[in-house]
Structure formats: structure tokens, C-alpha cells
Design a protein around this ligand. Structure first.
Ligand SMILES: Nc1ncnc2c1ncn2[C@@H]1O[C@H](COP(=O)(O)OP(=O)(O)OP(=O)(O)O)[C@@H](O)[C@H]1O
Ligand SMILES: [Mg+2]
Length: 375
């Protein structure tokens, strides 16, 4: 069996290629009627609210979120399994058909799921579980069954957003019997769907899902908040046509530590707006204003540094991202010689602290010593 698999993988035929692309999508063996965007989706019988939204291919994103290389590799593997389902079938293997995407808000989970569907050439049936569950409990199980019947009839990817809502239901001490029935209906529907179509579920609260739910998902992708390299990639995507120097890019990536992709997109937009509307302001002053206007998004210690004296900021930048003096000078809009002077003053101040602390238990506070050194 393994020999045959290896041979098939090494075969030069286009089907054996592991490079998935939109062009390959039609070979995907997902049964069902074609789904057009305006198709009548099932509704909640009590409220008449639609149980899902159909997102046609034309509305799906053409670009994946910027992800770490290992995560992108994992996503490509998922795509390869799905696009080569027939090939795997001939080997007696089946592709994983259920995937759970989890991570903090704004990290690109929904965008990734929609892009996966675009790559497979499948429209999306988007169900928000919180909406489904909010109706009377008695009708919730019926809603879930209607949704899955609809999804199983069509050639589409079923996307279950806000998937943790079912976990919340389980926590509710009221009407335990009925709630259990709802959860079981969902789990049974998920199991049944595995033989007919692809399902992606998304949650911000993976810890709320119990093992019975985790087990339903053959693949699990965690999207964390971006690291410094990813933050630069995300900025490079959203800053154009605004051009920034390498030093400014590093400063921005440092400033946005802890932000999600979505927050970085918003701050990039704020920077572009302020550059257009207020071109006279310096880059650092611009960042200070943005930091003040997005106070909740930036780490307090980063805001304090941005709002403080430039020499302290310069020192931190050199320490934190090992930037050269010229990079920091470029980012802060000062001469290299100014950075050099600040650095010298810093060394001098530290020496003074050393001297004054000898023989005296009360050490000078660093900024005071620095001010003294400057005089
Ligand atoms: N890693 C990223 N790379 C590029 N853009 C990103 C990234 N993460 C988020 N974005 C931007 O933020 C927008 C919102 O992201 P998305 O809705 O996919 O996040 P989410 O993880 O589903 O958030 P939530 O948990 O709040 O639903 C995306 O459409 C995209 O424009
Ligand atoms: Mg989302």
C-alpha cells in the first residue's frame, strides 16, 4: 500500500502534483447540487430568520490572511488533502473533512475559512451558531437538522462560525435535558456530514469546547496573534500606497506588539489617513496621536514609551529590536549624530549613578541622573 502511494505521489501526472490551485478545484469530488447565492436557505419557523447565508464564489476573498510559514504549510496540506480526495480514495484513504479553526478575535479565522473555500472552488454556507441557538430551545434542534439537510444537499463548504455557542449552551444549568439533546443533534449531524461534504468550524474560545466536540474535528488550526515578522507582513499588505522606510516599518511592528491582524489593518488605515490629511506632522508624532486614539489596542508600556522622551524611546528600540543607530534615527526622524549623543549621555548618566550609589543607599532615579548629565 505504502509503495503504491509513494509511486503515485512521485508520478509526473498533473493529478499527483501537490500544488493546489483554483484551476484544480473542479476535480474536487464533493457531491451535491450546485449552489447559487440567491438559493432559498432554510429559515427559523418561529422568527422566519434565515439559518444561514450563502456566499458565492465571487464574494470569497482571493487572498489568505498573512500567516506564519508553518501555519501556511499546514493550510496547504489541508488543501492538498481536499483537492486530491479522489487520489487518496484510490489508495483507500479519505481526506479529513472537518476542520476547526480557533484563536483570538481578529486573527483572520473567518478570512482563512472563506479563502480555503475559494481555493476549492466551492461556495460557502455560513451558519452562525449563536443565531441558530437563540430561538426557542424546542426549535433549535429542528433548525440544526434543517441547516445540515440543506448543506448536505448542496456542493458547498459548510462554515459554522461562533462554534463555541454550543459549549455555552452546555454550561447553562437550566433545561439540561433539552440542551443535551441540542448538542447531541449537532454532534450527530457533524458525524453524518463527514461522508458528504466539508465542514469548517470557527471559535474564539477553544477552551470552552469539550473533548466530545474536539474529537469531531480531524484537523485543528490555531491562529495566534501575529509575531513581529507577521506584523510586518500584515503592514506591508495594508500600508500601500503609503511608503515607509525600513526603520519606520520596524518601529510600527514593534508598536503593534500584541495586536491582531484586524487591529493592525485598522491602525494602518489610521496612519494613511493622518498622512493624507496632516502631511506636516512627523512620523513619530503621528504614531503618538494614533496611540492615543487607539489606547485600548496598544500595550500600556509601549504607549508610555511612545509618549515619553525620544531618547528613552531610541534606547529601547535599539535594545528591543537590535536596530542600528541609523535605523532608529531614520524611524524617529533625527540625525544619526543625535542618537549617538543620546547614547553617550546615557552611558555618562549610568556612570554617575554608579558613582553616586557607592556609599549612599539612596540611588538616583535614572531620568534625574540623565537630566543632570545633560546639564
Ligand atoms: N493575519 C492576517 N493577515 C491579513 N489580514 C488580516 C489578518 N488577520 C486579520 N486580518 C484582517 O482582519 C479582517 C478580519 O479578520 P477575520 O474576520 O477573519 O478575523 P476572525 O479571526 O474571524 O475574528 P473574529 O474572531 O472576531 O470573528 C480580515 O478580513 C482581514 O482584513
Ligand atoms: Mg470571524
Amino acid at each position: 500500500m505504502l509503495d503504491r502511494l509513494v509511486k503515485e505521489l512521485e508520478s509526473p501526472s498533473p493529478q499527483a502534483s501537490f500544488r493546489a490551485s483554483r484551476a484544480e478545484a473542479p476535480s474536487l469530488s464533493i457531491p451535491g447540487e450546485p449552489l447559487i447565492s440567491d438559493r432559498h436557505v432554510p429559515v427559523d419557523k418561529d422568527s422566519s430568520a434565515p439559518l444561514a447565508e450563502v456566499i458565492g464564489l465571487e464574494r470569497l476573498p482571493s487572498q489568505a490572511p498573512a500567516l506564519q510559514a508553518n501555519l501556511l504549510g499546514a493550510v496547504e496540506s489541508v488543501l492538498n488533502e481536499w483537492t486530491h480526495a479522489e487520489m487518496l480514495d484510490r489508495m483507500g484513504l479519505s481526506p479529513a473533512r472537518t476542520c476547526l479553526i480557533y484563536g483570538p478575535p481578529g486573527t483572520g479565522k473567518t478570512q482563512l475559512a472563506l479563502w480555503l473555500s475559494a481555493r476549492l472552488g466551492l461556495p460557502v454556507i455560513l451558519a452562525r451558531l449563536d443565531g441558530l441557538m437563540s430561538s426557542y430551545l424546542g426549535t433549535t434542534s429542528r433548525n440544526i437538522a434543517s441547516l445540515f439537510t440543506f448543506a448536505n444537499r448542496h456542493r458547498a463548504l459548510l462554515l459554522l462560525d461562533e462554534f463555541d455557542s454550543i459549549a455555552k449552551l452546555r454550561d447553562d444549568p437550566n433545561e439540561m435535558g433539552e440542551l443535551k439533546r441540542v448538542v447531541n443533534t449537532l454532534l450527530q449531524e457533524l458525524d453524518r456530514r463527514r461522508s458528504v461534504g466539508l465542514t469548517v468550524a470557527i471559535t474564539n474560545h477553544a477552551s470552552l469546547l469539550d473533548p466530545a466536540v474536539w474529537r469531531r474535528f480531524e484537523l485543528q488550526l490555531e491562529l495566534p496573534v501575529p509575531d513581529a515578522v507577521q506584523r510586518s507582513h500584515i503592514l506591508q499588505r495594508y500600508l500601500p500606497p503609503l511608503e515607509v522606510s525600513q526603520g519606520q516599518m520596524q518601529l510600527l511592528a514593534w508598536m503593534l506588539d500584541g495586536c491582531s491582524g484586524s487591529e493592525i489593518e485598522d491602525i494602518a488605515a489610521a496612519l494613511k489617513k493622518s498622512t493624507v490629511l496632516d502631511p506636516q506632522t512627523s512620523f513619530v508624532d503621528r504614531l503618538q496621536r494614533i496611540a492615543a486614539a487607539h489606547s485600548d489596542r496598544l500595550r500600556p508600556e509601549i504607549r508610555t514609551l511612545l509618549e515619553g522622551e525620544k531618547d528613552v524611546l531610541a534606547e529601547e528600540l535599539m535594545k528591543k529590536f537590535g536596530a542600528s543607530m541609523s535605523r532608529v534615527a531614520e524611524a524617529l526622524g533625527v540625525n544619526r549624530s543625535t542618537i549617538y549623543r543620546w547614547n553617550k549621555e546615557e552611558v555618562q548618566a549610568m556612570e554617575e549613578i554608579d558613582v553616586s550609589s557607592k556609599g549612599s543607599p539612596a540611588r538616583h532615579k535614572r531620568p534625574e541622573a540623565k537630566k543632570a548629565a545633560r546639564r
